[in-house]
Design a protein around this ligand. Structure first.
Ligand code: ATP
Ligand code: MG
Length: 240
């Protein structure tokens, strides 16, 4: 009964993904959770999730856009609905990817531990659960809510990311103690020096983002005037 958490449900396409690889019930499943602000989702996220899916033999990867991210309180984050819909657009053509509204619908501040607890409850103790992050995010885990409980509930996959070294992992292990680091698996992914911040900057400056995000996400950004690009891109902007 974990389906409601994993379903890409939104008006107009409700049920489209229903049942995708998902008919055998939760026992013994292997699920990856890819959390993020996804403002916007980009191919760095998608490649990371796909490599993790293959390497850890996951049944599926559920992308979980954050509601109101506590870590990003210093900048205006796009509306959760926009970020969720871009996540749906980016994942809809992959049968083992889906998008979850769980954080978006919960409202308030998003804490990963609450989300992972909810997935764990729905999936049961037997399921293998992996929280997929980039190295930068995992090195930051001590600032998250209840990091030790988080690592008890789920293993972590820490994907390589240009600009971030794994040197800090050992120190993190010492800080966490109790063999916590055994639950953190490093994963080599093709280096993609892409970030949502860079994409937002590019849009604001009128620079191309083609091929950095799926085409449907690019179209969504321009159609909804996200990231202050309307002035820079002239006739490509709003009003179509
Ligand atoms: P921002 O620049 O706004 O922080 P971002 O590109 O880091 O955006 P997030 O939504 O913050 O995207 O990231 C979600 C998760 O994806 C994080 O765990 C992050 O480390 C990981 N991630 C993002 N981009 C990459 C990338 N290019 N390669 C590997 N992992 C990535
Ligand atoms: Mg980030």
């Amino acid at each position: 009964m974990w389906e409601p958490l994993a379903q890409a449900r939104h008006e107009g396409t409700a049920g489209v993904r229903k049942g995708a690889g998902d008919t055998t019930g939760p026992a013994g499943r292997a699920v990856g959770l890819m959390g993020g602000t996804f403002d916007p989702i980009h191919i760095g996220h998608l490649v990371t999730a796909e490599v993790a899916w293959q390497h850890f033999q996951l049944d599926r990867v559920v992308f979980v856009p954050s509601g109101s991210p506590p870590h990003k309180a210093n900048r205006a984050v796009s509306d959760a609905q926009h970020r969720y819909l871009m996540t749906v657009l980016a994942t809809v053509d992959n049968p083992h990817f889906s998008a979850s509204r769980v954080e978006v619908d919960r409202g308030g501040e998003s804490f990963t531990v609450d989300t992972v607890r909810e997935f764990r409850r729905h999936l049961g103790e037997e399921a293998r659960l992996y929280f997929i992050t980039g190295l930068d995010a995992v090195l930051d885990i001590l600032s998250w809510k209840d990091p030790r409980e988080l690592l008890n509930l789920s293993s972590f996959i820490a994907a390589t990311r240009p600009g971030f070294s794994s040197d800090g992992l050992r120190a993190l292990g010492t800080a966490l103690g109790g063999g916590a680091l055994e639950r953190v698996h490093q994963l080599e992914v093709p280096a993609l020096a892409i970030s949502s911040s860079d994409i937002r900057r590019r849009v604001a400056r009128g620079e191309p983002i083609r091929y950095l995000v799926p085409r449907a996400v690019e179209n969504y950004i321009y159609k909804n005037d996200l990231y202050g690009g309307a002035e820079s891109i002239g006739s490509r902007g709003a009003g179509w």
